[in-house]
Ligand binder design. Structure first.
Ligand code: DP6
Length: 328
């Protein structure tokens, strides 16, 4: 193998949004989720990450979107890759998102998925999909899902070592085409990131046990309705999982409110479209952006309606996207 192919690799991973949400950890260090989750991967939003290992470099360096970033969280992740590959070279990591970073558009999902793929290949490792997903999870829980395309399920797992907490593909994008319209209501990075928002949740929310105890039922129902291609049920379950998640966030001491007035107006616009007969449902992650899901023949109507909501700054549309892959 040439020096380049051994020590350097660029990978692309697409962002994902959960239909049945992950929130809360059963183990903080290994990022073991308290609940399973089901997501869809987005074609239009992705991260490209280049990793180069340099013999002799003194420390890791990380640039995101051309800006130097504190390498500490990435060094911890790269250490896992180095330990596995039996190398101790430091790395230069360069990553670009084609969308705002840290604003509730799942940049940690696509970023850590791309990093897991690029870093393992650059270190000379060729992990299978399950091992890669387990590794990506240790960067960010939702990153375990961004390695796969279409509809994806993340298993909560029960083992302490996390060997059964990985994601798996359910359906390819082409098997059930759906579109997502993202209504951007604020471009600023959020003030409370997901890890901080969900840390120690069992002690910080009185609703935690209810959240965990209903997760398996929600996952079963979502799996069944995806298999049946029942869009109304998928949408209704996704909207309810989102509202339950935000109820949980608001119930967490100190109360977490990710919404702004435009977020609420966009949610209401989605429901108004629905009462006019347009099949569309919303979901929202740890941020103020609203993601509307609909069959492709309704995307133009949904995008036009959301673009007209006061406070919506911009809209992005996306089809379902592919699995992560190596660019060079
Ligand atoms: C609301 O995966 O960003 O988007 O595992 O701490 O890195 P960490 O959190 P992260 O949380 C995602 C939370 C969510 C719901 C979801 O994607 O399932």
């Amino acid at each position: 193998m040439s020096a380049r192919s051994t020590h350097s690799c660029t990978a692309r991973a697409h962002s994902n949004i959960a239909l049945i949400k992950y929130w809360g950890k059963r183990d903080d260090r290994l990022k073991l989720p308290a609940v399973g989750s089901i997501s869809i991967t987005l074609d239009a939003l992705y991260s490209d990450t280049r990793v180069s290992f340099f013999p002799g470099a003194a420390q890791d360096s990380v640039d995101i979107g051309g800006r130097k970033t504190d390498p500490a969280p990435f060094t911890a992740f790269l250490d896992l890759v180095r330990a596995r590959a039996g190398i101790d070279y430091r790395a230069r990591v360069e990553s670009w998102n084609n969308f705002p970073t840290g604003a509730g558009l799942a940049s940690s999902a696509s970023g850590f998925a791309a990093l897991a793929l690029a870093a393992t290949r650059a270190a000379g490792l060729d992990l299978d999909a399950r091992e890669l997903s387990i590794l990506a999870r240790q960067g960010s829980g939702s990153a375990a899902r961004s390695l796969f395309g279409g509809f994806v399920e993340m298993h909560r797992g029960t083992r302490d070592d996390g060997s059964d907490a990985f994601a798996e593909p359910m359906l390819d994008a082409a098997e059930w085409p759906l579109d997502i319209v993202v209504a951007i209501t604020d471009r600023a990075p959020k003030t409370v990131n997901s890890s901080t928002g969900m840390s120690g949740l069992a002690d910080r929310s009185d609703y935690y046990n209810a959240w965990v105890s209903h997760a398996d039922g929600d996952l079963d129902a979502m799996r069944e309705s995806i298999a049946a291609r029942d869009f109304e049920t998928v949408g209704a379950l996704a909207e309810m999982s989102c509202l339950k998640l935000h109820g949980l966030m608001m119930s967490t001491r100190p109360g977490l409110i990710y919404w702004n007035p435009a977020t609420v107006a966009a949610m209401q616009a989605v429901r108004a479209l629905r009462s006019d007969g347009v099949p569309v449902y919303f979901t929202i992650d740890a941020g103020p952006q609203v993601k509307a899901i609909c069959p492709p023949e309704h995307t133009a109507t949904v995008e036009q309606a959301l673009a007209g909501v006061p406070g919506v700054l911009d809209t992005r549309r996306s089809a379902l996207g592919p699995a992560a892959y190596v660019l060079d």
